[in-house]
Write a protein that binds this ligand. Structure first.
Ligand code: CMC
Length: 436
């Protein structure tokens, strides 16, 4: 394939026939250009083959930009560390959904819109009772969020921008309630209803840890840390769960069903389930002395073990979210008076060794956001099984923003990839008596 110096084109030469095909190059605002292959099959009779979409852009988007080589993450142009430092979660939600930071009036109105929707239909309570008490809360999330489409019929028309926005507000507002109730159910404690005088993060912590018997005061340092964690997880371009939401939505499925699909995809240990896997791994390692044994296992091609919380499909440099998370982690541990947290010491040592080890250095495997978030959650008293649920709460705004963008995109089509077929070619059916 060659690129014409003067034109925004690449030329593809078919080695067999010698035929040349010109394909347009499309520039983005920043980042590499993309080759527009929409006409490829029509022109050449060939499909492309790209398992895991490592070289494939699936959509045009104006929401989030990642430069993985330089460790940069921008939401609507704003660097993630500035947002984590100076903004709050609902402001970031507004930014992701609407494209600009709100002014004071817009911010107040948006916060009111979200507050209006924090409760869930009272009949949703009974869904929880259908689950075993020891159900994984992500299983509960998949079920209850999927069920929302059976309750909010007035926001299912995806062709109506107003209904789409109401569904988006509902999802952002209700997710903390649904998540906190999944936790309460697992403990056999009464559900705590949302308190709209509190901030988004405070309200979530309150619904998680308050009981009807006594006053619960939310610790402001922990609330601020939670706010930051929510911001850091709010969106991340076309990752597996977001692509799942877009793919589900591309058929015209309703928004609640699409977000339930995103939650299912997030659950996997290679994606959102990694924060839970990090804690399990640190517990399994147990002591600093055993780190070399696990590093050796991670490097062994014949051992499926991987260092959880290390590596990323896009970041081949330090994950910018992990930097903020590391700082937040220390703030939380200081506030809680956790001086010698063995798991944190273990994590620091693991990070130090992995960052010096040629295997990890050469493959550019840096700690990712999940490496620290698990330790923070643990210190806050959040059980390990809830870690990925918190990721889902935070990522909901990213999912709904990307889903809205997709529905409004005039080039949007149902997602329908092709394949490289390597199965049997045509053969005639053999009756049972004639087989074998
Ligand atoms: N430990 C040991 N080796 C690793 C690791 C790891 N954590 N991650 C990648 N590698 C090796 C891998 O074996 C491969 O080696 P080789 O080239 O010799 O075959 C090479 O690095 C490239 O790995 P890959 O699997 O081809 O890379 P990928 O882009 O498909 O996978 C990943 C990215 C995040 C799934 C992977 O790095 C991983 O499994 N990490 C651990 C799980 C984790 O922390 N996930 C959270 C991701 S961040 C939060 C989110 O977005 O959800």
């Amino acid at each position: 394939m060659t690129q014409d110096e003067n034109k925004d084109l690449v030329t593809l030469v078919d080695g067999a026939s010698g035929q040349r095909f010109e394909l347009p190059l499309i520039p983005g605002t920043v980042g590499p250009k993309v080759i527009d292959i929409r006409s490829l099959y029509g022109l050449t009779g060939y499909f492309t083959y790209d398992p895991g979409y490592t070289s494939t852009g699936s959509c045009e988007s104006k929401i989030t930009y990642i430069d993985g080589d330089n460790g940069i993450l921008l939401h609507r142009g704003y660097p993630i560390d500035q947002l984590a430092e100076h903004s709050d979660y609902l402001e970031v939600c507004y930014l992701l959904l609407r494209g600009e930071l709100p002014d004071a009036k817009q911010k107040a109105k948006f916060e009111g819109d979200i507050r209006n929707h924090t409760m869930v239909h009272e009949q949703i309570n009974s869904f929880y009772r259908g689950f075993r008490r020891d159900a994984h809360p992500m299983a509960v999330m998949c079920g209850v969020v999927g069920a929302l489409s059976a309750f909010y019929h007035d926001s299912l028309d995806i062709a109506d921008p107003h209904q789409r926005m109401v569904a988006s507000h509902r999802m952002i507002a209700k997710m903390p309630t649904i998540a906190a109730w999944a936790y309460k159910y697992s403990r056999g404690e009464p559900f705590i209803y949302p308190r709209n005088s509190l901030s988004f993060a405070e309200n979530f912590l309150h619904m998680m840890f308050a009981t009807p018997c006594e006053e619960y005061k939310v610790n402001p340092v922990l609330a601020r840390a939670m706010e930051r964690i929510l911001i850091l997880h709010a969106d991340h371009e076309q990752n597996a769960s977001t692509s799942t939401v877009r793919m589900a939505g591309s058929s015209g499925a309703n928004p609640f069903a699409c977000i339930a699909a995103g939650i299912a995809s997030l659950w996997g240990p290679a994606h959102g389930g990694a924060n839970e896997a990090v804690l399990q791994m640190l517990t399994q390692i147990g002591s600093k002395e055993r780190i070399p044994e696990f590093i050796a296992r991670a490097k062994d091609k014949n051992d499926p073990f991987r260092l959880m919380g290390f590596g990323h499909r896009v970041y081949k440099n330090y994950d910018p979210r992990a930097k903020v998370m590391q700082r937040t982690c220390h703030e939380v541990l200081d506030e809680l008076g956790v001086r010698d947290e063995p798991l944190l010491e273990l994590a620091m040592e693991l990070e130090r060794i992995a960052l010096e080890d040629p295997y990890f250095v050469d493959k550019k495997l840096y700690p990712n956001v999940d490496f620290y978030s698990g330790i923070i959650f643990k210190a806050m008293g959040i059980p390990v099984s809830m870690f990925t649920v918190l990721f889902a709460v935070a990522r909901t705004v990213g999912w709904v923003a990307q889903w809205n963008e997709m529905i409004g995109d005039p080039h949007q089509k149902i997602g329908r990839p092709r394949q490289l077929y390597t199965g049997a070619a045509h053969r005639d059916f053999v009756p049972l008596h004639a087989r074998g």
